[in-house]
Design a protein around this ligand. Structure first.
Ligand code: NAD
Length: 433
């Protein structure tokens, strides 16, 4: 099929290359000239495992194009996929300005029938609103389809090629055959529903996963007070298939470009119809506080943050991505800088992006995890990149001023810590050393 994908961010780029990989002709459009220039030289503007090989292979096979020319892309496509951002506004509601702007450009470029498929996460009723907008701008026929995206950064290509399910929301049965043909090579589990339900499925899914995370984090905080071990508790709970073990790892809470904004947007969607979503409000509240467990544990172990040298391992909101949007590291580091601590930062991939958002004379950027720990009073692990679990802890401890390790993701085992010579604090586990 001939597809145009509008927006080449984490979702648009991954979807675009995966649709091309399956033999479709895909034109990826972005308004950011620099992104498009880099992509045309086989260079990905985002870090995502395997993505550059997919870009190169499909560009060379001439199944994939990158352009800033929206009109040309629309005219040469039958299906237009919307994958622009829908960030949070100050009141928590989704900012629809990017998607409205993109839709206006699509309407202006249309020269015949198009299917417009929305992958961006949008509040219930948005596709109907966008359809009215397009109808007010063009006489050409079109249909809107909602196809919310469930990929996770860090495993985005595998998630797209092998999804648990694909959700398609449509309001005309005739569209189902085309949508099934487009998606069947990814999964046979295609759930077709109405547009409003599809829009809600995306928010409800993210809100539910966020709820699991905040739930286990509260259990962890209680475990600390009653002497239980949250790692054992989540293992024991997860063995029950009704509960499942995923999203039950205690830590310093969720971040990223989806859970924080989508939970707030769903609270707002409910609020717009005078429904107070109390459960989700608490989930958000718990998550806001959880990242400061790092600060409480630092205060408990160091007594004084002013003048202390603190190493930070991990800046991205989760491993295998360079995405730092709403990462817990941002607030933690900002607070430590304000308190007068000296910081040594290391992340395998996200340092360049982080530096552009937050830099300060008291921050030193380090080449690896050992360098970030050297001479420190404490080291805090904020992101569970796999390389951190391989660290030789006695070697690192020997270079520290005070041998304190605060593990915000419960990466290290009891055995690793017992032989480390470190004073160790984690989330929801009894003190080991
Ligand atoms: P992103 O910010 O990484 O990418 C958006 C891209 O759209 C940017 O490159 C931007 O330059 C481009 N853009 C904006 N307006 C444009 C226009 N008028 N014309 C052309 N390009 C334009 O965003 P993302 O993380 O890929 O998220 C996109 C959507 O997908 C959001 O609604 C998000 O909630 C949803 N989503 C994201 C993820 C994720 O893991 N990132 C997962 C599922 C769903």
């Amino acid at each position: 099929m001939k597809l145009a994908v509008i927006g080449t961010g984490y979702v648009g780029l991954v979807s675009g290359v995966c649709f091309a990989e399956k033999g479709n002709h895909v034109i990826c459009v972005d308004s950011d000239v620099d992104k498009i220039n880099r992509l045309n030289q086989y260079e990905s503007p985002i870090y995502e495992p395997k993505i550059e090989a997919f870009i190169e292979r499909n560009l060379k096979a001439e199944r994939l194009e990158f352009t800033t020319d929206m009109s040309d892309a629309i005219r040469r496509s039958d299906i237009v996929i919307l994958a622009v951002g829908t960030p949070s506004m100050d009141n928590g509601a989704a900012d629809l300005s990017y998607i409205k702007a993109a839709v206006k450009e699509i309407a202006a470029a249309m020269d015949g029938y198009k299917i417009i498929l929305t992958k961006s996460t949008v509040p219930v009723g948005t596709n109907e609103m966008l359809a009215k907008l397009v109808a007010s701008l063009t006489d050409h026929p079109f249909d809107f389809v909602s196809a919310p995206e469930f990929l996770r950064e860090g495993t985005a290509i595998d998630d797209t090629l092998h999804p648990d399910r694909i959700v398609i929301g449509l309001d005309k049965n005739e569209l189902a055959a085309t949508m099934i043909a487009l998606h069947l090579s990814f999964s046979e589990q295609i759930f077709i529903t109405d547009i409003r339900s599809a829009e809600m499925i995306k928010y409800a899914s993210n809100a539910f996963l966020a709820t699991k995370i905040s739930f286990i984090n509260e259990i962890a905080n209680i475990c600390e007070k009653v002497g239980a071990d949250v790692m054992e508790v989540s293992k024991g709970m997860g063995l029950d298939r009704r509960i499942g073990s995923s999203f039950l790892q205690a830590g310093i809470g969720y971040g990223g470009s989806c859970f924080p904004k989508d939970t707030k947007a769903l609270i707002q969607i409910a609020g717009n119809v005078n429904y107070e979503f109390k459960l989700l409000q608490s989930v958000v509240e718990v998550n806001k506080g959880q990242r400061f467990q790092i600060i409480s544990k630092l205060r408990e172990s160091l007594h004084q943050l002013k003048g202390a040298t603190i190493g930070i391992w991990g800046l991205s909101f989760k491993p295998n991505t360079d995405d730092i949007r709403d990462a817990p590291s941002l607030e933690i580091i900002e607070l430590l800088v304000r308190e007068g601590a000296k910081l040594k930062l290391y992340d395998p991939i996200a340092m360049d992006k982080f530096k552009k958002v937050l830099d300060h004379p008291s921050i030193k950027w380090c080449k690896d995890a050992y360098a970030a720990a050297e001479g420190c009073d404490a080291v805090c692990l904020l992101t569970d990149w796999s390389e951190f679990s391989q660290i030789n802890l006695p070697r690192m401890a020997a270079t520290m001023q005070n041998r304190i390790l605060i593990d915000g993701r419960n990466v290290f085992s009891k055995d690793q810590i017992e032989s480390s010579g470190l004073e160790y604090y984690s989330i929801g586990r009894p003190l080991i050393n």
